[in-house]
Design a protein around this ligand. Sequence first.
Ligand code: PLP
Length: 403
Amino acid sequence: MSKAPNVHDAEPIPAEARAEIERLLQTGDLFRYNAPADAPVSLLEREFAELMGVKYALAVASCSAALFLSLKALDLPRGARVMIPAFTFAAVPSSIVHADCVPVLCEVGEDYRIDIKDFEAKLTGVDAVMVSHMRGHTSDMDAIMALAAQAGVPVVEDAAHSLGTTWHGRKIGTLGRIGCFSFQSYKLVNAGEGGILISDDPDLIARAVIMSGAYEHAWKKHLPHGDNTGELKAAFDRWQNKLPLYNQRLSNLSAAVIRPQLPKVAERVIRGRANHDHVAAILNDSPWMQVPAKLAPEDRAPDSIQFNLVGMDTGQRAAFAEAAAAEGVKVQIFGMSQDNARAFWNWHFLPEQVELPRTRAMLMNACDVRLPARLTREDCDLVAGILTRAAETAMTPNRAFGT
Ligand SMILES: *Cc1c(COP(=O)(O)O)cnc(C)c1O
């Protein structure tokens, strides 16, 4: 039997990053506002905005920092209610709590996407929506954007895991007022840590820039090529000295690691999608596993695969994870691993505890396996084979119970 591929490691850092990192180490020029112009972080922002086709980008310490600053940029009052899908990472409701707001959890269906009926019902009485495209699954953004517009509620996109995903050909992260991305290691672009937020709104970006730690007149380094006359300059003038500094800046060293990866995004997207769809087709041939279909307008950029176990009881689900682990593939069943940060019932820090039966049922059967873009077709076949055999083992009693 062949050995399982290593799905744990992140994307490697391109060799092109080395010279710039060496230069930064030699000069000690790690602070983004040190150089008079064109610091690596500023260049990253320019390149990312261009890649996404938006006016402005602000690089920060993490996607969580970007989400927090988005809420602060929207100027939501203390206690404002912010709706999120109940299937997301604990950092997302945490960013809302950090911004002195209250997370409102919305049901998520078996296909990992926002339950639009529950979304619509809960939209009344909500001050903002943070659409977390968890694991890169895009919910019905046509319905969400239309309902939010009708209700006059701003939408922030948590696109941490959606770099390269499109909806009707439009880039995810550009549909809402602000889009937030992550450069943490297990995302498509790996800098260990880091995040970026994008927007076309000069006031939102000016507020976010200042609060991210552009003290005094450091914001001048965000003006496009020293243009001191445009709408962004006017927005900075409006907010000068009026906002707290939360210091969530990104280091030049991180920008140097990120920049050479941006030209590789398109290829990683294609390879990640091909890997995902190949494994999905094999898993769907098993009676015990089901990979939910994407929505029609969505083109995905996955670096992991999620699937639901079908017809397994608790013991069989545990036996499945155990059999896969024995062959070297770590499967996380979201609702079954202890203290899982993606299971809403473990978010005891929420100011309001709620029960979401649909999302809970989904989490008890939903599995998560990393499937990085760097895997070969052979690697993918090995992973798919191990999962298929593990399901058979779990569902064949004499094998599951260790004869
Ligand atoms: C990773 C992730 C985050 C948090 O990103 P950080 O950069 O680690 O703060 C938020 N939301 C989703 C959906 C994520 O996958």
